[in-house]
Design a protein around this ligand. Sequence first.
Ligand code: SF4
Length: 341
Amino acid sequence: MKAVARFWREKNGKVECYLCPVGCVLKEGQVGSCGVRANVGGKLYTFTYGSLSSAAVDPIEKKPLFHYLPGHRTLTIATPGCNLHCKGCQNWEISQVPKGQIFTDPFYEETFVDPSFVVDKALELGCKSISYSYSDPTIFAEYLIDVARIAREKGLKNVVVTAGYINMPALEEIDKYVDAYSVDLKFFSDEAYRTYSKGRLQPVLETLKYIFEKGKWLEITTLLVPKYLDEDQVRNIARWIANELAPWVPWHLSRFFPHYKAKDLPPTPVETLEKAYFIGREEGLHYVYVGNLWNNPYESTYCPSCSNLIIERRGFEVLRINLKNGRCPSCERVIEGVWDG
Ligand code: SF4
């Protein structure tokens, strides 16, 4: 649904959107890089307020969040559009909106789901949280905020799954209602961010620091994209998490499969994933996981002190939780996470 957006200002007869670091300055009728925000009559409008392209109940492990209320069901929603343009986006059919489509496709006007309906549905379906995901929730910030506010009032948690490409004023506003984040740190090279995603590295690092310093639960995911993410970057990411955030921040290494405009790239070799896992551990990270790889030993949680099995998983399924008051039952070390709530 078309609605007046937030996070913009007038600039020399145009409108400047400051929701994300792309910083589009739009003349009358022009659409932003995300494809879903446009200058109409001198105001910035979002065309996807409540225009849900996806809604599904997932295990929270699919976000991926492994240390946040494990095993619970989360109602996950998304609207079309994205402010990044990753060559290998696996959700490109909803994230990459052709320029101008918002003015002609009736989908945007005809689909509207009231925020309170989303919250009621989540409760009815026995979910403990609502996740904002699939495309990037940054570009539906206004709707996210409205749903999340009601969700919190009704006792639900809010989980944001994002590439972290957002400006501070919007992040501060969203953060008032968010309980946990799953953030992609795609590369540790500005060049790789620019060529693969049409983004930049620094704003993502700032987002991660902000979330961590606010004390919100945070897990980080890196998709191991062949040719764009080399071993040096893997090590630098692990080192940065350990030194600038904390060694106990969980890090998920995800296997790449070719999609969209990256069909020329091969899937990540299994040996590359395993090597990255050991680099993460060498750099001092306590909880490193390998994902998108069936039946691997690195998808369960082990105690960093005594290696006792704490949470056994198969894919996104939790098979067993072996925690005692948030501690390892064997050596009593605290296992960082949000285990009750
Ligand atoms: S949210 Fe969209 S319109 Fe706004 S700055 Fe980012 S890409 Fe441009």
